[in-house]
Design a protein around this ligand. Structure first.
Ligand code: TXE
Length: 499
């Protein structure tokens, strides 16, 4: 018998085994060893979960915003009380440093509180309507929604989907990443304790090609919301198209930091360092390209290189550790391959660039902060999503050139502008083909602030009223206030009528 803790599926308000009885292992990437067994869900389990969620929707879909708000606000409180337990598990399954995960998870209660408030305060509309009519709209839930989530911010990304979905009155079947499914399963207990009825939030852990595919192609789902790679996004969106269901997709990125000559250099270096190496670079808004005005270029490269070399890697559970390992052997291999490609393409490696294998790092997937200088924007390392701690530094001469370089990618999620010139800041922001622009900052987010990509970075928006709207649909009610009799087939028709 294995000593490993078993995390079962969360379906119908209970932790249950999968129909096949199969399990898979979740690994700690710092030590390269299994830390938990997880029930492996498949098509059958997805079907049971969707049917249960459909049943639960009959009553949950009719609850008032006030009732939903109370549960969401209570969930925020319970999560805040249990935070450290969640942080520890998040660190174990992703390898991300404790200091990052404790900072990130401390913000998650805000999402439940914000969408709880929105469920209670959202006002419908009374649009104008010609004639003697009362015309109003209601936002009503969609039904059962499917959430497919990744490993890089397991609970944050799921929370960005779960909070608006519940606020809108939907029920959920979630398929978290096979690499980091533990905290999404644990969330079930928080929501149940907060008073969420059984069957409203369900988790079927498993693999993308089996459980993920079964969920995203299930005819009982009314919306699919995915965060993952762009290729996965295309596959999922085409399936959703066949079933005519809504799609939310937050996909890949290749964000730029645009560093102008009028910025404070040290501040911009700090910003670029954070943008490049937070989460070990495994985040969709990673500042993968630092575009730097030529007058600052040499000094910028020098300083970034020096700071990158001083980031301390180590045991991610140690609060002093600044960067943990990459999430998996696969992700490590991907980073190693891209660094080789960069070198072959002629980029100049000035920091990092080689896996760390000295004990105590030999069992884990540790890769140091890596800086490429003298990169050309058309190189593969500057165009393709590496999803690791690698930054490409590229010089530019003019504002126009900086904008052109930033936009010359298939992605369009986010980016940052570093300048002290207020006119330039907004002028440049308005020309960038990206969904989120930070000025003199990077990776700031708020539950009220819309988040999502242009171009190949995705469809739809998370956060804010837009997310609430994307998790509800409009019903229009037109009330004839007149007592005048009406009989089309008897009357002389003189007025205009649409039909
Ligand atoms: O992502 P996948 P992976 C990017 C990043 C990374 C690459 C691959 O570049 O290197 O994607 O990472 C589920 N039908 N991002 O392999 O496969 C899968 O089980 C339905 C960017 O981890 O896209 C998991 O739950 N579901 C990103 C989820 O999709 C499927 C975050 C994401 O996994 C499926 C993660 C299918 N056919 C990776 N195939 C971001 N935007 O932040 C997979 N899945």
């Amino acid at each position: 018998m294995s000593e490993l803790p078993l995390y079962q599926m969360f379906v119908g308000g209970e932790h249950v085994p999968s129909a096949s009885g199969k399990t898979f292992e979740v690994e700690n990437p710092a030590r390269g060893e299994a830390i938990a067994l997880v029930s492996e869900g498949d098509k059958k389990d997805v079907d049971v979960a969707v049917r249960g969620a459909t049943e639960a929707f009959r009553s949950w879909g009719k609850t008032s915003g006030e009732e939903r708000s109370k549960i969401l606000v209570r969930a925020a409180e319970i999560l805040a009380e249990r935070l450290d337990e969640f942080v520890r598990i998040e660190v174990d399954q992703t390898g991300r440093a404790y200091r990052e995960m404790s900072a990130q998870l401390a913000r998650l209660p805000e999402w439940y509180a914000y969408f709880g408030a929105l469920a209670r305060t959202h006002e419908d509309t009374v649009p104008p309507f010609g004639g003697n009519y009362l015309n109003y709209t209601r936002r009503v839930p969609l039904g059962v929604v499917g959430h497919v989530t990744p490993w890089n911010h397991p609970l944050l990304i799921l929370t960005k989907k779960v909070a608006p979905a519940l606020a809108g009155g939907n029920t959920i079947v979630a398929k978290p990443s096979e690499i980091a499914p533990l905290t999404p399963i644990m969330l079930g207990d928080v929501l149940r304790e907060a008073g969420l009825p059984d069957g409203v939030y369900n988790v079927v852990p498993g693999f993308g090609a089996t459980a993920g595919l079964a969920l995203t192609s299930h005819p009982g789902i009314r919306k699919v919301d995915l965060t993952g790679g762009t290729e996965t996004g295309k596959a999922v969106a085409s399936l959703a198209g066949k079933n005519l269901v809504r799609v939310g997709a937050e996909l890949g990125g290749k964000a730029s930091s645009l560093i102008f000559e009028d910025t404070g250099l040290d501040n911009a270096v700090n910003g670029a360092l954070f943008a490049s190496f937070i989460a070990g670079g495994q985040t969709c808004v990673q500042g993968a390209r630092a575009l730097v005005h030529r007058s600052l270029y040499d000094e910028f490269v020098e300083k970034l290189m020096d700071r990158a070399k001083r980031i301390s890697l180590g045991d991610p559970q140690d609060p002093a550790t600044q960067m943990g390992p990459l999430v998996s052997a696969k992700q490590l291999a991907r980073v190693e391959e891209y660094v080789e490609i960069g070198v072959e393409e002629g980029a100049k490696l000035v920091a990092g660039g080689r896996r760390i294998t000295d004990p105590p790092y030999d069992k884990g997937y540790f890769y140091p902060p890596t800086v490429f200088a003298d990169v050309k924007n058309e190189m593969r390392v500057a165009q393709e999503e590496i999803f690791g701690p690698v930054v490409c530094v590229i010089p530019f001469d003019t504002e126009e050139e900086a904008v052109e370089l930033a936009n010359a990618t298939e992605f369009g999620l986010a980016g940052a502008i570093w300048t002290n010139d207020v006119r330039r800041a907004h002028r440049v922001a308005h020309q960038l083909e990206i969904g989120v622009v930070w000025i003199n900052d990077h990776h700031r987010i708020d539950p009220a602030s819309p988040w999502g990509g242009f171009k190949m970075s995705g469809i739809g928006r998370e956060n804010g009223i837009e997310a609430y709207h994307e998790y509800t649909q409009t019903q229009n009610i037109i009330v004839n206030l007149s007592d005048e009799p009406f009989d089309w087939f008897v009357e002389d028709v003189t007025g205009k009528r649409y039909s």
